[in-house]
Design a protein around this ligand. Structure first.
Ligand code: DX5
Ligand code: ZN
Length: 241
């Protein structure tokens, strides 16, 4: 098992290229998604995840409009920032993300991922995210054709391939994500990190890795387990292909 490679934002030059290189070097990266965790003990949860060897956190921001669920805003991102130096990968499942990008960046988000379904012409916003020295991510839902994003791959640092319809944890993995990952591995610039999100667990993570994913978001596969260390270790080992 590779030594835990913790990326500390406090000591890292705050540049998307530096973080991108660090995450690529640390890949495969399994990121717990903060959706099913115990928010009443957030700092303790983050400490447990760090002790388990986690290298980055995935924060699921939902507005109850773009998706039928409501989670949290910049305040929780800031609380996470105060609790850890780990990179914070913010998944913005929100309408009109342009209205909130600065708030999430100022709260401490290191990467900001918007949905193509919320921003049909994402290039300006992706460029704005990079101008704020955060990694720019673009997410695509299972039912959205890949052709909707092939024109802006060069403006992305991260491509988030959804293997569930966004809004809730604990859903069944949709294999359509694998074909998208394989195609993106062929056509996306090699520096762009492929991330998969939804229904990723011990049964599906290996095929995601074989299809080209380098970052793996897991919710119920970790938060359903008593011991974060063993589930993290098992998932990380399975993702090494
Ligand atoms: C769904 C979120 C995912 C989800 C993952 O809208 O984007 O990050 O929380 O949870 P699991 O791994 O249980 O599908
Ligand atoms: Zn997510």
């Amino acid at each position: 098992m590779a030594a835990a490679y913790v990326i500390h934002t406090s000591v890292r030059a705050s540049s998307p290229n530096v973080l991108l290189a660090e995450l690529a070097a640390a890949a495969p990266v399994v990121l717990p998604s903060l959706l099913l965790c115990d928010f009443g003990n957030l700092a303790d949860e983050i400490r447990r995840l760090e002790q388990a060897g986690v290298k980055a956190l995935h924060l699921d921001v939902m507005d109850g409009h773009f998706v039928p669920n409501l989670t949290y805003g910049p305040g929780i991102v800031e609380a996470c920032r105060r609790a850890t130096d780990l990179p914070l990968d913010c998944h913005l499942m929100i309408s009109e993300p342009q209205r909130y990008i600065d708030d999430f960046r100022n709260a401490g988000a290191d990467s900001l991922t918007i949905h193509i379904e919320a921003v049909p012409d994402p290039r300006p916003l992706l460029e704005r995210i990079r101008s704020l020295r955060a990694m720019a991510g673009l997410a695509i839902n299972p039912g959205t054709p890949l052709d909707d994003i092939t024109g802006v791959l060069d403006a992305c640092d991260l491509l988030l391939v959804m293997s569930v319809q966004p809004g809730f944890g604990g859903q069944k993995f949709q294999p359509v994500a694998l074909e998208k990952l394989r195609r993106l591995r062929e056509i996306a610039p090699s520096r762009v990190l492929l991330e998969v999100d939804g229904g990723v667990n011990e049964f599906t993570i290996k095929s995601c890795a074989e299809a080209g994913a380098r970052m793996f978001v897991v919710g119920s596969a970790m938060f359903g387990a008593d011991d974060y260390s063993s589930s993290f270790r098992q998932l990380s080992q399975l993702a090494h292909v």
